[in-house]
Write a protein that binds this ligand. Sequence first.
Ligand code: ZN
Ligand code: ZN
Length: 392
Amino acid sequence: MPLFQMRVLVALLLPCFLSLSFLSSKLQAVDAVAPVANAKKSQRPFYFPNTEILGEREMRVIALGTGTPHIRPSQASTGWLVELGNGDKFFFDVGPGSIRNFSSLQIPYDHANKVFLSHLHVDHIGDLDVLWASGWTAGRLKPLEIWGPSGAAPEFGTRHYVNGLLDAMRWDYSTRNGKLPASGSKVEVHEFDYRSKQLVYDQSGVKIWSFPATHIIDGAVSYRLEWHGLTFVFSGDTTPNKWFVENAANADLLVHEVYMTLDQLQARFGWGRSMAKNIARTVHTSPVAAGKIFSTLKPRMAVAYHFYNDFDTAPEILKAIEDSYRGRLVLAHDMMVFNVTAERISVRQAAVPENTWPPLADKKKFSEAERGISTPMSEWLKAGRLPTETSE
Ligand SMILES: [Zn+2]
Ligand SMILES: [Zn+2]
């Protein structure tokens, strides 16, 4: 290309690059400050992270994982993120793969350090260590706060699980401690009694209640979050029960587990009829039963998750739910985004980049934050290292 034409091209493109980088830095700044007004009236058909500011009275719920214990590329195990217009963000379960999906949203980990666990099945908690370590290395300065139920005995409770997990992570912890800010490694556990309805979180106008769920053995719960007249209910894993009917009414968004149909369990998993019945009806909620729960509770929008949501399974599940429920219903996919206001609920897919880097931490705070005490390498191991580094 002749030099003149090249100069013209550069002159034409330079303002675009400048405005893009300005926009990007502005959006990062907005996200870092968090709450802002002006709910977007018009939305693009896809949700592009960090391009939309939540309204003062708006809730955004993102499905980080909608699958089952059998992890697969198309569906992470259970994980939901609730974002509020006041800047608050809450995880409800962090199953395997859910934090990988969360990372694509480019949300600073300091803004997402509150986790509510429904129960201690691995498909709901398997990424707890990932969130702990990922967030710490990505610049989290705040402790990770974990709310979760007690169990029938102390060793079945959330505190026991988290303490055991941290104990098992000792090698990992010892390699990072001393190099990363000490505050980011801290974990605070808020264990509560699983047996009764109770307010487990009450800050900045956000109230979160837990109530018992019926899932195999004692110690599972469901949650209800209320904020500025908007209500999000999350079942976790449960069969239909009286506590859910009592506490999940008038929800704007009701996220409920639904399992595969009996025919699907027999054909795809190779289970016998009695085992399929046992799992689908006494461990989880069948599509038929979910339809009855939805029709009883009549949420503004019902959301079903915890099944293989494929082109050849979804129609049967949808049909079974719709036998008794005719309200607004979504069969959730990973990275589905729900924007909830008093006026409307919109549903879209997120369009996310794959090669994400950790969101930039506050460099000053990060570098000045206190470090713990490093664990050194032994002298005999150190003596085996080769001097390959230059002196720069
Ligand atoms: Zn479970
Ligand atoms: Zn589960």
